[in-house]
Write a protein that binds this ligand. Structure first.
Ligand code: NAI
Ligand code: MG
Length: 495
């Protein structure tokens, strides 16, 4: 059981300045340059990370390539790789609370969520892919009798993963676990404001027996470190989660360099559609709030557009507002806080700008909208609800990535579909209805990677997650993710 006392023992632990983790050890950047790590809890700098330049990235890629070519991991027996990944998962679990608290100090996610969503889900993810290693078979093609066509699956080589700050371990593991399971070497570029837990994971990977050079973590500025990785001629894949703006750049870097494969997960503006025949209004209210406010709205699948059938719109909105009043936003390491801090001052300012734009556009601010707990020095924002939002307003079009809900009315099913799909994004959606046929029609009509029915959120590693339209391409999670980190090789044998 998670206790406040256990959390408090870790909350002020001294964190030494952090190096890059490349090969078998941590090393400073070539220039010795560092970036401050600011805690969103109180705005204080509590350690530094290395700011890697292009030479540091080159070094990391060369070490990863050497490890891949050596076969220490890429040719290790399936049983060996599986055993090692199990060890890794066990170690992540053993250090779960330490990792969770460290991560919260770095990015401000409420600890209850962070513990489950970060180290524990990463451990489960590593185990899931470890289990696939000795259960994946090649294929024999249905060729004519005098020919044997064999289809092998091979690791691609050196995988670059560029990770955001909202859930570094969870999103990181969705990329590194299938990449490792299939025998690749990996370089993780952690986000500027959430590098610490991934660096710790690199130590644990080595301790678990993953050979040196196979699991590397580098840190630094996106425009320098991230760009150098995505531009590198000897990186075979970039798996990216983050903003659409950077996603576009990564496609460009790939085309300007070696045509590496690029997988993008770019967030969304997900519609959460509540029909008048929702089976349970209160459950819909509670989950709709969780669906937008958890992790202060910094969730790629956040249900940021609540599309509500006219006949229950006023009643539903009142209930949303009333429940929001009880939500406690505060110290993310305090178990009594429902929601924690916004990950950076920059993100908080961005959120507040969107609030102003919504007001200017004529949306009605019903609750929240302001920065709070300023005396802590940290970055906190009230859960914020706008009603009377038109789907053409900026607040309904752009991903805020903050605790801001837009309530949009719809007339009927057809209207709901039209509004839901009138967006550049297509990551997640939800539909609340008692009508089974309507639910299935909606699943078919909504252009999104996942459609929840009578719930918001709650998926697991067995189910793929990926977007359509400008939410990206490729799927994390499930057996399908293995395809992203393997190449097919055909053998054509004359008999
Ligand atoms: P970002 O897209 O700039 O950062 C994500 C990662 O990309 C970080 O590791 C960063 O260092 C790296 N990066 C940045 N510029 C790069 C470049 N030129 N080349 C290679 N790598 C680069 O996201 P940011 O600035 O932290 O947040 C801005 C917005 O992006 C958020 O407000 C939100 O709307 C969206 N976002 C969406 C996420 C999701 O889960 N889909 C996660 C994080 C942000
Ligand atoms: Mg950015």
């Amino acid at each position: 059981m998670l206790t406040q006392e256990d959390i408090d023992k870790l909350r002020n632990k001294e964190i030494k300045p952090q190096n890059l983790f490349v090969g078998k050890k941590s090393m400073p950047s070539e220039t010795g340059e560092t970036l401050d790590v600011v805690s969103p809890i109180d705005g204080n700098v509590f350690t530094t990370i290395a700011n890697a330049n292009e030479n540091d990235v080159n070094n990391a890629v060369s070490i990863a390539r050497k490890s891949f070519d050596s076969g220490s991991w890429s040719n290790a027996s399936p049983q060996e790789r599986k055993k090692t990944l199990y060890n890794f998962a066990d170690l992540i679990e053993k250090h779960a609370l330490e990792l969770a608290v460290l991560g919260v100090r770095d990015n401000g996610t409420e600890i209850n969520l962070a513990l489950v969503a970060e180290p524990l889900s990463a451990a489960a993810c590593v185990r899931y892919y470890a289990e696939t290693i000795d259960k994946s078979y090649g294929e024999i093609a249905p060729t004519s009798k005098n020919i044997l066509g064999l289809i092998h699956r091979e690791p691609i080589g050196v995988v670059g993963a560029i990770i955001p700050w909202n859930f570094p371990l969870m999103i990181g593991s969705w990329k590194f676990a299938p990449a490792l399971a299939t025998g690749n070497s990996i370089i993780i570029k952690a986000a500027e404001n959430a590098s610490l837990t991934l660096l710790k994971l690199a130590e644990l990977a080595l301790e678990a027996g993953i050979p040196e050079g196979v699991f590397n973590v580098i840190t630094g500025e996106g425009e320098i470190t991230g760009k150098a990785l995505a531009m590198h001629m000897d990186v075979d894949v970039i798996a990216f989660t983050g903003s659409g703006e950077v996603g576009r750049k990564i496609l460009e870097y790939a085309s300007l360099s070696n045509l590496k494969r690029v997988y993008l997960e770019l967030g969304g503006k997900s519609p959460n559609i509540v029909f008048a025949d929702t089976p349970n209004i209160d459950a819909a209210v509670t989950q709709s709030l969780g669906g937008i406010f958890r992790n202060s709205g910094q969730v790629c699948v956040a249900g940021s557009r609540l599309i509500i059938e006219e006949s229950i719109a006023d009643e539903f909105t009142e209930k949303l507002i009333n429940q929001s009043k009880d939500l406690v936003v505060g110290d993310p390491l305090n178990l009594n806080s429902n929601f924690g801090a916004v990950s950076s001052n920059e993100q908080l300012m961005k959120n507040l700008k969107y609030v102003n734009s919504a007001i200017d556009d004529g949306a009605k601010l019903r609750i929240g909208g302001k920065q709070i707990n300023k005396n802590t020095g940290g970055f906190y924002m009230e859960p914020t609800i706008f009603s009377d939002v038109d789907n053409q307003m900026t607040i309904a079009k752009e991903e805020v990535f903050g605790p801001v809900l837009s309530v949009i009315k719809c007339k009927n099913e057809e209207d709901a579909v039209q509004i839901a799909n009138d967006t550049n994004y297509g990551l997640a959606a939800a539909v609340w209805t008692s009508d089974l046929s309507k639910a299935h029609r909606m699943i078919k009509s909504i252009r999104a990677g996942v459609v929840h029915v009578n719930c918001y959120g709650g998926a697991d590693i067995t189910v793929p997650l990926g977007g359509v339209k400008q939410s990206g391409n490729g799927h994390d999670r499930s057996l399908h993710a293995l395809e992203k980190y393997t190449d097919l090789k055909s053998a054509w044998i004359s008999l």
